[in-house]
Design a protein around this ligand. Sequence first.
Ligand code: ZN
Length: 680
Amino acid sequence: MDNPLLAPEGLPAFDRLHARAVEPAVDAVLAANRARLTTLAHQAAPDWDSLVTPLDDMAEALHRAFGPAAHLNAVCNTPELRAAYNACLPKLSAYETELGQHAGLYQCFQALAARADALQLDAVQRKILHDELRDFRLAGVHLPAEQKARFKAVQQRLAEQEAKFEEQVLDATDAWRLDIHDEARLAGIPAGDRAQFAAQAKDAGVAGWRLTLDYPSYHAVITHADDRSLREQLYAAYSTRASDQGDARFDNTPVMRDILALRQEAATLLGFDSFAAYSLADKMADSPDDALAFLHRLAIAARPRAQQELAALQAFARAKLGIAELAAWDMAYASEKLREQEFALSQEALRPYFPAPQVLDGLFAVAEQLYGVRFTPLQSVSTWHAEVRVYELRDANDAACGILYTDLYARPRKRAGAWMDDCLTRRRRNGRWQHPAAYLVCNFAPPGSDRPALLNHDDVVTLFHEFGHCLHHLLTRVAYPGVAGINGVEWDAVELPSQFHENFAWQPAVLDRIARHHASGEPLPAELRDRLLASRRFHSGLHLVRQLEFALFDLELHRAGPTPDIDVLLQTVRRQVAVAPVPAYNRFAHSFTHIFGGGYAAGYYSYLWAEVLAADAYTAFREPLDTAAGRRFLEEILARGGGRPALESFRAYRGRDPDETALLHQYGLIEEDKACATAS
Ligand code: ZN
């Protein structure tokens, strides 16, 4: 059968990939893997190549069959693809649980671990065995048969419900639109966004301007529209997506209840008292209490600053904008106006200086200076959309060592947000190296008919962030796929490379390289650049308490038993940390895909946790693009992947344990000399 998803090597053939290929490919690989598993798990004296290597081969085949489909489901969602994707989820979940609960396989891993010395396994191999044995226990390998079966059923149902949660957010977002016929209502909104709204109306065959809930559209209105009622209308629609307060067809309420109950049940079956405790069993933080204490320490530092910032914003809004009482839909708008006044700076004024292709070239130059690697465009590689670009990564010896796909612009049927994903993982196969490949996906405002896509500085920071994830995946030197690149890295340390790379978007030397006017070629005026840099800490308190609200809500929600009252819990957390106004109808949790879609469940705190590591890691740089420190970061952090615990990698790089004061200093929450005194 000529199914492109069954190709054993090479990059995915996206141009030949049809939704109808997905399920047969997954079925074929699962059948072949199960057959192989039977013989694998009956070895008396397994060694690395008789146990781990074949399992890696099986995982690779499955990833090759399903990974491209999962990726397309996120970036080019169609009904056919979604159906195929959903049909595979329970099958994959069942298989994963079977593997995790396989008593014979578990015994083989125990036998291999017992022979680690005799077989002279290296430290990375031992780390893999340690992780595997832990994961067997976290999958319930030791449970009695009946509970094992229940655990498996719970995992399957969870996979389905998490996918449904994401679908309903996507559908609720796509179903909403507002057609505007009076241009006066769009006053304040930048010309580029208005042109995009007009193009959307034209595509839909209607007159005027079409507003949607895609993030660039929402962001343009909520940040810039002078018409307060328009901001309120968009805010109400956006903050009630997929909820009981929005379009009833997409209400996620029952799905969320199901997800929480299922997660609690899975944790209980394994003997944990909460899903949060279960989730943290393989993370860097010791326990939910450990993570909560960390968040509360940050809250104590951040909240007074956030309250001051809000009071100043309120006074400004009253005096200059005629807004007597700030509402939720005024926050971004008033903040932007205040930022313009304080720094004579608007995000929009910066856009012409940040054409997306030029920013990406600048990023590549930063990577070249820090790590000695080069990215060069590749033509003739199959992709999923005309806007996608492909680059080859070459190491310091000019040897090809990885592939990067970029898909930067928002469009319909594409999941919101920005992320990286793993396409291929580095490994040795049949005597040759398979190079890693990564997807870098964003949702920036697309190019116009007569100009490139223009980013604001927030977008630039986002691009540096996701690029950091990609470098982590692509610059790995680990030979074993289970811990190469981003694989096997503790979840709360995964954001270290990404947030670390955000720092470079704030360096004058880097800005001078990436920021040039798209039409005139003029560099970003130094004075404008300095005002941008001065604004880095603008509203850092408000930003931080918002992140703390998400992180605390997520952890508390997953400690609160099988049927928590989601709204009451959210109110409680908001009373503890939030300072900004929120209307009673706000249902942000109903579109909080980070935690209900899977990945970050009882793990949202990871962003802040890893931000401590990232801020502290950057303090080792003696100059903005310190090549020696960059090479050390490459050697001790990026190259190591999950081959050793994140804390050990950090110690190897920094020579000591992480220190929270670097983050507090970065946010401007403590004085410089205090940071130096405690961090020295
Ligand atoms: Zn990230």
